[in-house]
Design a protein around this ligand. Structure first.
Ligand SMILES: *Cc1c(COP(=O)(O)O)cnc(C)c1O
Length: 401
């Protein structure tokens, strides 16, 4: 009997049953449009949206009026980056970001380059971390925005967000962070961190797909944004379009649950991850973790098995859901841009998989998945015509090339 185990929670998460429960009435009896100001259906829907807005705000230490609902983190990143680029066109034309960002940020920046803006893509060290001093050095009088992901969707590393935000503030440059993988997993406080714009997605935190939020700091100096969607002027003119009420209620509930359970859940996931890594490390030679193990999301493990092709590994253990690279850039041929940025050698990069543990994974599932990985890696290596040779070259340099 082959058991299915889902370990791809950075791609998406199941919707928590409590979230589904909260959403259900907003498809049926409470179906109103929150923009309908004249009747009780509208009021009811608006109340639900405002409650959700407060729940999202509370989780990240923001005020309700600083939350703009969107269709997800891709849209939030687009709105933040393009919105700032347009609003500050008179002041500057330079953006700083990181080579390892999600494509929601990278491709948005590339689009802006086509419009004539200049973008600096900073590198990371072998641990996947960005040196805040590099950010400081990259700032010019023309810089209007810095965008750095809070926690990484492939390698799980957590950047020095407070330091980078401080540098941005001292230089009078706005700071956006794609916090899609951080919110609901680790403590995120927009005030303490000093960020101006922050992107969130519901489906990475046990909420539904197709809904997210952008935090836009209020107060002085004002963050100016040009809307990227024209229409009825919803969300204070920043994002037109009838609100996805049920989805927004789901995002709100997901945030409320995360606020209560995040700390304990993080501890549990960290233990499960350690249990998994221990088994892989003890049973296999030539395995390594990619990215810092210290500054890392509790549920993430990105491992490389030298001499194994990730695609073959995933095919052979198809009922264990892991991924190579990110689901969002599955069109990428070969090792991901992220592993390349870490300077990972080809033999390691080709055999790397991303494992994302989540809320409903059990110890039993982890042990089972570890067993399947170990047995499959061994089998593939036995079949490989080059493994022995690779072992001689890499082995001399130990497990952690
Ligand atoms: C999933 C993800 C996105 C895209 O979010 P959607 O809500 O699916 O558009 C952006 N950034 C990161 C880091 C992600 O993990």
């Amino acid at each position: 009997m082959k058991k299915r185990v889902y370990l791809d929670h950075h791609a998406t998460t199941p919707v928590d049953p409590r979230v589904v429960e909260a959403m259900l009435p907003y498809f049926t009896e409470k179906f109103g449009n929150p923009a309908s100001r004249q009747h009780v259906w509208g009021w009811e829907a608006e109340q639900a949206v405002e409650r959700a807005r407060a729940q999202v705000a509370r989780l990240i230490g923001a005020k309700s009026e600083e939350i703009v609902f969107t269709s997800g983190a891709t849209e939030s990143c687009n709105l933040a980056i393009k919105g700032v680029a347009e609003a500050y066109a008179g002041r500057g034309d330079h953006i700083i970001t990181v080579a390892t960002e999600h494509r929601a940020v990278l491709d948005t920046c590339r689009r802006l380059e086509k419009r004539g803006l200049r973008v600096t893509y900073l590198g990371v060290d072998s641990e996947g971390l960005l040196d805040p001093d590099e950010v400081r050095r990259a700032i010019t009088p023309r810089t209007i925005l810095i965008s750095v992901m809070w926690a990484h969707n492939e390698i799980g590393v957590i950047q020095f967000i407070e330091e980078i935000a401080r540098i941005a503030r001292e230089s009078g440059v706005l700071f956006h962070t794609d916090a899609t993988q951080a919110v609901g997993k680790i403590a995120v406080d927009v005030g303490a961190a000093g960020v101006d714009l922050l992107s969130v997605s519901a489906h990475k935190m046990y909420g539904p797909k197709g809904v997210g939020a952008l935090y836009v700091r209020s107060g002085e100096p004002r963050v100016e944004l040009v809307a990227q969607m024209e229409g009825g002027g919803h969300e204070r003119g920043l994002r037109s379009g009838t609100l996805n009420v049920a989805g927004i209620v789901g995002l709100g509930e997901a945030c409320a649950i995360a606020e209560r359970e995040m700390a304990a859940e993080g501890e549990r996931l960290r233990r499960l991850r350690e249990r998994l890594w221990e088994q892989l490390r003890n049973e296999l030679e030539l395995v390594r973790v990619n990215g810092s193990l210290e500054r890392r999301l509790p549920g993430n493990l990105n491992v490389s098995f030298a001499g194994v092709e990730a695609a073959a590994l995933m095919r052979e253990m198809g009922e264990i859901a892991v991924s190579s690279g990110s689901a969002c850039s599955s069109a990428e041929a070969g090792p991901s841009h992220v592993l390349k940025a870490l300077g990972l050698g080809d033999a390691w990069a080709r055999g790397s998989i991303r494992i994302g543990l989540g809320r409903f994974n059990t110890e039993e599932e982890i042990d089972y998945a570890a067993g399947r990985m170990i047995e499959t890696v061994r089998r593939l290596r036995e079949r490989s015509p080059v493994y022995e040779l690779l072992r001689e070259t890499l082995g001399a340099r130990g497990n952690f090339l």
